[in-house]
Design a protein around this ligand. Structure first.
Ligand code: HOZ
Length: 426
């Protein structure tokens, strides 16, 4: 069934470490051979062996309009023939910046990068430059790209700073990164009471998408905002995943909270490499060339990528877009969850906009420790069962899933039917 993929994977492993350009693609968590894709259109993927799949990864978020949306493709083609990169300002990047400022009122100024990782690294440097403080806080289970200072796991207690979670990251580099439990108010308050005035920033996924999909409580998020304000700490919302995915105004719109800085990526590039960070004007004014915090990029604001992003934002802003997307996403989640229950399998699920999580445990997880309690072995069997029935899910129990505007009622029905069959075998 996957003969060509297997051949390509064997060849790839000779010239690409692990055969992939990003570790989760290697299927290590679920076992088996990664699938090599040939083509994608709308809600569907076709692999090199000719198998067709309904896609619930959507390139890990960007494909909100479905793959190869004709208007996005046209915008890219029209732009590409006029020059692919200038390393100099273009009118299109101004337009994208204006659009982001308009849709996310917390952003007064924004700078474009080429990836979400660059955006989060730069936002942290900026927060440190702005506050003159060194320490930063993040949360267990939140992933903010692979910048050194953020590849850190929790220390032995709330007030112990972290340890590198990757070889090659010196202990010194993460010595100032504090890792707290996600969504645990007591711990947050105690930590702020002790070192709040020493923190440059707190960076958080306001809805976590890298430990599957976890929504913190409203109370927790409001308290986090209030504590940051009281202690002069820059609050960074990492909305690389949630931005223009859970709703037109992101997770910040959902919670009604104004962060000081926001990082973006994925949807704003419409499938091309774009990231961004932006927020309060007084903070952004510390960036070079205005201020002393250096940040740059040859392909930042790349015109072809920006053209894809602008067209995507135009289309997702159409009235009713997110209502329809949210309806099909929750219908799919509900369908799969009920199928599991009917088979006597504990499963919980949640979604917002076009992003969702399903877990093999009775109750929705609220933090990393609870996410870890989900039945991974069962997930792996479920993953392969769904794959064999043409449903392409993230190859890990700890990734959020994504639905596009092109997933129609029969795709959702096919998905729940497949799930019903697979649950009988688990
Ligand atoms: N950062 C993504 C997982 N949360 C994986 C990206 C990729 O493999 O393309």
């Amino acid at each position: 069934m996957y003969e060509q993929s297997k051949k390509l994977f064997d060849k790839s492993q000779r010239v690409i470490p692990g055969g992939v350009n990003s570790p989760v693609r290697a299927f290590r968590a679920v076992g088996g051979t990664p699938i090599f894709f040939r083509e994608a259109k709308g809600a569907y993927l076709w692999d090199v062996d000719g198998n067709k799949f309904i896609d619930y990864i959507g390139s890990w978020g960007p494909a909100i309009l479905g793959h190869a949306h004709p208007e996005v493709v046209k915008a890219v083609q029209e732009r590409a023939v006029k020059g692919m990169s200038f390393g100099a300002p273009t009118e299109a990047e101004l337009e994208l910046a204006e659009r982001l400022v308009e849709l996310l009122p917390s952003i007064e100024q924004v700078r474009l990068t080429s990836s979400g990782t660059e955006a989060t690294m730069s936002a942290i440097r900026l927060a440190r430059g702005f506050t003159g403080r060194t320490k930063i806080m993040k949360f267990e289970g939140c992933y903010h790209g692979h910048g050194d200072a953020l590849l850190v796991k929790a220390g032995s207690g709330a007030l112990t700073f972290g340890h590198p979670s990757s070889a090659g990251v010196p202990a010194d580099v993460v010595a100032n990164t504090l890792v707290l439990s996600y969504n645990e108010l007591d711990e947050l308050e105690k930590t702020f009471a002790t070192i709040g005035d020493e923190l440059a920033c707190v960076i958080i996924e306001p809805i976590a998408g890298n430990m599957n999909f976890v929504m913190p409580s409203v109370d927790y998020m409001n308290s986090l905002r209030a504590l940051c304000t009281r202690h002069g700490v820059v609050l960074i919302f990492d909305e690389v995943m949630t931005g223009f995915r859970v709703g037109l105004h992101g997770a910040q719109g959902h919670y009604g909270i104004t962060p000081d800085l926001t990082t973006l990526g994925k949807v704003i590039g419409g499938g091309m490499p774009v990231g961004a960070f932006g927020g309060r004007r007084d903070i952004m004014a510390h960036l070079a060339p205005l201020g002393g915090v250096y940040q740059a990029g040859t392909l930042s604001g790349n015109p072809v990528a920006v053209a894809a992003g602008l067209k995507t934002l135009e289309l997702v802003a159409k009235p009713g877009f997110f209502e329809a997307l949210a309806a099909s996403t929750s219908q799919m989640v509900e369908g799969v969850r009920s199928a599991a229950h009917a088979a006597g399998i504990p499963m919980s699920g949640a979604s917002l906009g076009g992003m969702f999580g399903l877990y093999f445990r009775e109750k929705l997880p609220t933090n990393y420790a609870e996410v870890m309690e989900a039945d991974r072995e069962r997930f792996n069997k479920y993953f392969h069962g769904m794959l064999a029935r043409g449903i392409y899910l993230a190859p890990s129990a700890f990734e959020a899933g994504f639905v596009s505007a092109m997933h129609n009622a029969s795709d959702i029905e096919a998905t729940t039917t497949a799930a019903r069959e697979v649950f009988k075998t688990l």
